[in-house]
Write a protein that binds this ligand. Sequence first.
Ligand code: PAF
Length: 281
Amino acid sequence: MKIISQIDEFRQYRRVLNRNKIGFVPTMGYLHDGHLSLIDKSLEENQATIVSIFVNPTQFGPGEDLDRYPRDFPQDRQILEARSVDCILFPDSDQMYGANYATFIEVKKLGTVLCGKTRQTHFKGVTTVVLKLLNLVQPTTAYFGQKDAQQAIIIKRMVADLNLDLEIKVLPIIRDDDGLALSSRNRYLSDQERQAAVLLHTALSTAQNRIGEGREDSSALKKVIKKILKQNRLIKTDYIEIVSLDHLEPLDKVDPENTLVAAAIRVGGIRLIDNFILGEI
Ligand code: PAF
């Protein structure tokens, strides 16, 4: 397995990587089973798999947890080595954003709703770094997790709008036994906070069951979610939204083929997101 942190060296590696199908999994490291589900899919579907590990500063706003974001390269490296990933691209900020860096890519509208309401520059940072990474790696397929559904929808839009020649695959959310969606940030939850955090999944799956029973009114469904989140005073709800999957526009009624039900909460200092979808991203 190659580990490359210099962009020039990576370009050289990529130039001679003569494979028809190259899978790419961009990550910020501190790998968990959610990442591994993407990596395993890429290993299964491609002749080479490249994983990037880069905690991207431009997607963190002022006061967010850039400095605290968990990092453990030796452990990530061991995990990826055991899986026979072909290459880890592991650049530092100076490599990715040099002294006179000035270029950003922004997907209008989709990045201003849901998480974008409170994290106003977040998706601009995500799309910028993902486009840079896609330019470097030139994969045939890149893999993203449905937990970050809005991110996946925005990246798909960018790829279509900019005529990028690759496929984006979005794979299901991976959960712990208690239902909590896996996230690198979960490690910061105390036992008490974790008990609260689990209610996010309980609330969303209750709403999903209601839909299964024929309820389709968005405001009633949001009330169901809100009521469950209110059961624990450690939870501060950021948003509960029911929107179309393609345009992220609010829906009065769920559409069985085009709906994202998403919520974000804060528990202690930790921001957690989760969702379910009707249809396909
Ligand atoms: O989902 C993530 O971990 C990040 O947003 C990504 C896609 C690696 C870009 O930094």
